[in-house]
Design a protein around this ligand. Structure first.
Ligand SMILES: [Zn+2]
Length: 630
């Protein structure tokens, strides 16, 4: 079978090389479950929404075929493009005639809507034809174009809908004529097109797409984005990218921009781009990342906050930010080979990202807080997951990542293979075929069997997550079973002449642990959280003893953590709960919520935590990740 490449395929300079979509077969675990519900529930819902939300009808109007007003936001086209990308990757994984049929139909509408000069944006063509490219600060015209390019690249690689690529290239050529060779120095207020242009360059070899991506990145921070009332940090226009030390402003914009920056480095070798992106990554991880891997501390402007400003209840942690973070970290991993990026991908996927979708795949979170009160009045976004949104950036974004997850599991070099994420199944690269048996993340044992041995000396690298306190490896060819320390770059490596049937058993430490926040995160100072392996836990009201409110719980630092596996928790499915001794504090109510007296009585109780990604599947009650210490 011809190799199908995934969403990001650097042509030069990558230390690690992505492997083909069919070279990773996922047979179980969370990734398989997410892909099953994506296939059975989310994608059918998304395809239906492309009519109902106005995405396709708007484009028909742009083609002069429909009646009625434009529906939704100015970036409504991007919902369709992300949906098309999702079904392209899904088609590569599990072909379906309906995906090809939908793609063909959508491509035909796009072709008819596209202007002869290549421009394509239903909002501006229908509502504001005289304003094209005059309000780039918030128009999302290039943002939408970027999503079209990514959809077209996915469709071309997946062999579905060959008609999309010519539409995308006409638009890209048009952008080149206007913004690269035409003298227009404008940049889009919402970064996205940069990473997409680089991928379109990788697919087509058309160098002007890469040059335009580089110019758009170089032009950021020169004050070229007109005032939107949101300030120049909002769209990362406060400083040139090489001078900015910390991620700022709208989180998704910053994170998409970083993908583009690393992509341009990977193709041009401009080290100053990689260097500035890594510098911001280090600051992001040190002071602006939630325990769940989520990003964005402010609802206002969907933005990063100050360093250590990480409130659990007001966390924005948009689902799209988790996705954008995975994209960026994947490119940094390819560029450097360092396991810290795969570690963050794992944390993000299993927590902030996984929580975005309900157990049945039919409802989604836009924001992913680490605490919810049960008496919400002011902020509907903090309510329960919803089927769809007026601003529906997240659901089709979730679908495209889930459909392409196989692309993020492993990489290859000329003389080896690197396993970054642990999923049961099979992986092939460089003449080797490996079978992976594991019940991860519920169990920490990962057995890798060499089903086909590569020729000559060959290196297998297994990621050892930073959270694994004591890790063991058993090697079948020596009978040796020993503790391993994590290597500097986060991988346990074995280089040798392999024989068929040899196995390595890696045992990661899934002992549940109490996690404490940095003292400067004032919002959770004096609190602790529970984690096990890659999973962050939370305490939901549902599941606590009768009469105990989750907001009244306190934990003791030395409390034992007891693991309880449950085959099928109602509404949730399979899980591993963690029980601990806690206290429920009773405080008098009424009057000012302050007192000079010590806290009132407390009762010993058994509190139960559930993996964060499984919350909000039972009822709409209170939830906390961080619990005050007694
Ligand atoms: Zn979103």
């Amino acid at each position: 079978m011809e190799q199908i490449l995934g969403p990001a395929v650097p042509s030069t300079r990558a230390v690690l090389r992505p492997i083909g979509i069919h070279d990773v077969v996922i047979t179980g675990g969370p990734f398989a479950r997410w892909q099953r519900i994506n296939h059975e529930a989310s994608i059918p819902l998304g395809l239906e929404q492309m009519e109902r939300s106005g995405a396709l009808p708007n484009l028909r109007r742009a083609a002069g075929e429909g009646e009625g007003p434009f529906q939704g936001y100015r970036f409504q086209d991007s919902d369709l493009y992300k949906q098309l990308e999702a079904i392209a990757w899904e088609h590569a994984r599990a072909p379906q005639a309906r995906y090809a049929e939908f793609t063909g139909r959508a491509a035909a509408v796009l072709e008819r809507a596209q202007r002869p000069d290549g421009y394509l944006n239903s909002h501006y063509q229908v509502v504001k034809p005289d304003k094209i490219y005059t309000e780039l600060e918030y128009s999302h015209e290039m943002y939408c174009a970027g999503h079209l390019f990514q959809a077209a690249v996915a469709a071309a690689r997946a062999g579905i809908g060959a008609e999309l690529l010519p539409v995308a290239r006409r638009f890209a050529d048009h952008l080149v004529e206007v913004f690269l060779t035409g003298g227009n120095d404008g940049i889009d207020g919402h970064a996205e097109v940069e990473t997409a242009l680089v991928e379109l360059y990788r697919l087509t070899g058309e160098r002007s797409y890469l040059e335009l991506a580089g110019k758009l990145i170089d032009n950021r921070g020169k004050g070229l984005i007109a005032a939107t009332g949101m300030g120049d940090l909002y769209a990362q226009d406060h400083l040139p990218v090489r001078d900015a030390d910390t991620p700022v402003g709208h989180a998704v914009r910053q994170l998409y921009l970083e993908s583009g920056i690393v992509d341009v480095y990977l193709e041009t070798g401009d080290e100053s781009l990689l260097e500035c992106s890594v510098r911001r990554w280090e600051d992001l991880v040190e002071a602006k990342t939630y325990l769940t891997g989520g990003h964005g501390s402010r609802h206002d402007g969907e933005a990063f906050g100050e360093r250590y400003e990480l409130p659990p209840d007001r966390a924005y942690s948009e689902s799209c930010a988790a996705i954008a973070s995975v994209h960026w970290n994947w490119r940094l991993l390819l560029a450097t080979g360092h396991g810290r990026y795969a570690d963050l991908i794992e944390r993000t996927l299993h927590n902030a990202f996984a929580a975005s979708t309900s157990a049945d795949g039919l409802r989604f979170f836009y924001v992913n807080p680490l605490q919810r009160r049960d008496d919400l009045v002011e902020d509907a976004y903090l309510g329960r997951r919803r089927e769809w949104f007026a601003c529906a950036c997240c659901p089709p974004n979730i679908m495209r990542l889930v459909a392409s997850l196989g692309g993020y599991v492993a990489t290859a070099t000329d003389t080896g293979l690197q396993l970054h994420q642990y999923v049961p199944g099979a992986i092939s690269a460089g003449g080797a075929r490996l079978r992976i048996d594991t019940d991860y993340p519920w169990d920490g044992l990962i057995r890798v069997t060499v089903e086909e041995a590569p020729q000559g000396e060959w290196e297998l690298a297994l990621r050892v997550p930073a959270w694994s306190e004591s890790t063991f490896a058993a090697l079948s060819w020596t009978g040796d079973d020993h503790a391993i320390g994590a290597a500097e770059d986060g991988y346990f490596r074995i280089r040798r002449h392999w024989q068929q049937g040899e196995t390595i058993e890696l045992r990661l430490d899934l002992t549940p642990r109490i996690t404490y926040p940095h003292r400067r995160i004032d919002a959770v100072r004096g609190c602790a959280a529970v984690e096990r392996g890659p999973l962050v836990y939370c305490f939901e009201q549902s599941g606590q003893p009768e009469g105990v409110e989750v907001d009244d719980l306190t934990l003791s630092p030395g409390s034992p953590l007891r693991v309880r596996a449950v085959d099928d928790l109602e509404g949730v499915g399979r899980t591993v709960l963690i029980e601990t001794d806690a206290a429920a504090v009773e405080q008098p109510r009424g009057g000012l919520p302050y007192t000079s007296k010590p806290l009132a009585t407390s009762t010993r109780v058994t509190a139960t935590a559930i993996p964060y990604f499984q919350w909000d599947n039972r009822d709409g009650g209170a939830m906390r990740v961080w619990i005050p210490l007694a």
